[in-house]
Design a protein around this ligand. Structure first.
Ligand code: HEM
Length: 503
């Protein structure tokens, strides 16, 4: 085509696009475009170009670039605007809000698997279910899960023995199997034995669906259902979905039958005097019991909650444990001090208990600092149901607001040398004047993480067992590890370390 015609066509297309944009320019656009942000390109908006760069670049963007626009920034993914919050004051306005609890459109990507479970639901359904589920995370229930955390950690340490020969290996899959074993047993009461049998169909489907969910999230072309389900990815996704849903349904049916036949009473259960809930029950058993007594959930709703726990309860803790190992493997001086602390605690207790965990203070500070630098959930999103004011700008209803946890946690105004690993930032004297919304790895406010305590206990126990038995050396550094910002923040190629036996 001759250059003049090409220019004419390009100009016509641009004029048409801008006229259409002007006509469709609604209230949202008017207000959103007053907020600072990168240059907006026709059709592409501001963020599409980023999607074609390596995924690890998003880490740099989330960590540093967002900050360059001021306390809030606007972006456009095509015609979809988002407002990004990185300052504690604005994060508080969003999270400490009992009205703005609707999740952003991004969460639709997990909807086929999780349905309207606690993570994705909103409105009355979420309120009702959150109220029913909150007591199931009571200290007394968690106390009973500690035995399971200990048993699986011991098994992990045993399995890692063959790897403790000084050779480099990827520990990420081993931690995943351990947390999957834990969540299967605590959520469903099922021993899946992923540590022994990683080829299990259910486990493979969890890996598969998680991978495809991330693939879809980061490939805008795969977002529309009518495209996704026609591609080989969509077909594979459906295959995994059927396996996962059938498995959960079968477990629910079996447990309900067992309840009816009163079999569960033979399962080492006893009434806890303080809270009136039977001990040593999985979350699923508690949900079934609530349904029998108070009509709390339908079978479909139980399935949604169990699937949600399976998703939220293993990937997040796996990432957190790996990042802590990565940092300790790069800071031998701190690792040695944690080792001393762990040894001391094991001198007093044969196996870890919920009380002994309180003595692992330095380890806890390391876990917190690892979640600051590498929060398992790097950002969370809300769909505004009403207008709000943020950083002096009106942000209109129907707009997405993203709380950028990763950027918030590396705020130089709050944390000196924000990229440095320094667990002592979490000493009481160093936290007492910190803004409460400057550190929110588990979110905060009404929609905070219901599994927070569960996660901390699990993380401390697994790490304590590994560190007591092995000295860890990271072979990757901050510069080479390539963190990937997706639904979960994880190292792109896994976590490569060397293990040496401590004894
Ligand atoms: C280190 C581990 C974990 C981290 C960093 C983490 C982080 C979070 C965050 C940031 C949210 C808010 C998400 C949002 O608003 O979109 C959340 C919600 C949630 N988490 Fe966790 N989580 C962890 C472990 C767990 C575990 C072990 C469970 C279950 C056993 C769990 C269950 C949930 C559920 C059900 C929600 C939705 C709560 C609601 O909206 O009412 N999480 N988590």
């Amino acid at each position: 085509m001759d250059p003049f015609n090409l220019l004419l066509i390009t100009v016509t297309v641009l004029i048409l696009y801008f006229s259409l944009e002007f006509l469709l320019r609604d209230r949202i656009t008017k207000y959103v475009d007053k907020i600072p942000g990168p240059i907006k390109l026709p059709i592409f908006g501001t963020t599409w170009p980023l999607l074609f760069l390596p995924k690890s670049v998003m880490f740099i963007v989330s960590k540093d670039v967002l900050r360059s626009y001021g306390p809030i920034m606007r972006s456009w993914l095509g015609r979809e605007p988002a407002i990004h919050c990185i300052e504690p004051e604005n994060v508080e306005i969003i999270l400490n809000n009992s009205i703005q609890i609707t999740k952003s459109k991004m969460y639709k990507i997990v909807h086929p698997w999780l349905g309207d479970g606690l993570l994705t639901s909103a409105g009355e359904k979420w309120h009702k279910h959150r109220k029913f589920i909150t007591p199931t995370f009571h200290f007394k229930i968690l106390e009973n899960f500690v035995d399971i955390f200990v048993e699986k950690s011991q098994k992990l340490v045993e399995i890692l023995k063959v790897k403790a020969d000084g050779d480099i290996f990827n520990i990420y899959p081993y931690i995943t199997r351990c947390t999957l074993d834990i969540i299967c047993e605590t959520a469903m009461g099922v021993k899946i034995n992923a540590l022994d049998n990683p080829e299990n169909e259910y486990i493979k489907s969890i890996y598969g669906i998680t991978k495809l969910t991330m693939k879809r999230l980061t490939t805008p072309l795969l977002h529309p259902d009518f495209i996704f389900y026609k591609t080989p990815f969509g077909k594979e996704y459906n295959k995994y979905l059927t396996i996962l849903h059938n498995f959960t349904k079968q477990v629910i049916q079996d447990r309900k039958k067992a309840f009816k036949n009163d079999h569960l009473h033979s399962l080492n259960t006893s009434i806890d005097e303080d809270i009136g809930i039977k001990k040593r029950q999985a979350f699923l058993d508690l949900f079934i019991e609530m349904s029998n007594k108070e009509n709390a959930f339908t079978d479909e709703e139980i399935k949604e909650q169990v699937d949600t726990f399976m998703f939220e309860g293993h990937d997040t803790t796996t990432a957190a444990i790996n990042w802590a190992l990565f940092l300790l493997g790069n800071h031998q001086d701190i690792q040695d001090k944690v080792y001393e602390e762990v040894n001391q605690v094991f001198q007093n207790y044969e196996n870890l208990t919920i009380n002994s965990l309180n003595d692992l203070k330095l380890l806890e500070r390391c876990c917190k600092e690892a979640l600051r630098l590498y929060p398992s959930v790097p950002a969370i999103g809300r769909e505004l149901t009403r207008d709000i004011e943020l950083g002096g700008y009106l942000v209109p209803a129907d707009c997405t607001v993203a709380v950028e946890i990763l950027s918030l946690h590396r705020n130089p105004k709050v944390y000196s040398n924000p990229d440095n690993f320094d667990p002592d930032r979490f000493l009481p004297e160093n936290t007492k004047n910190r803004h409460p919304y400057a550190y929110v790895p588990f979110s905060a406010g009404p929609r905070n993480c219901i599994g927070q305590k569960f996660a901390i206990y699990e993380e401390k126990i697994i790490l304590a067992y590994i560190l007591k038995n092995y000295k860890i050396t990271s072979t990757q550094t901050e510069e080479t590890i390539k963190p990937m910002v997706e639904l979960i923040l994880r190292p792109k190629d896994g976590l490569f370390i060397k293990l040496e036996p401590r004894v």
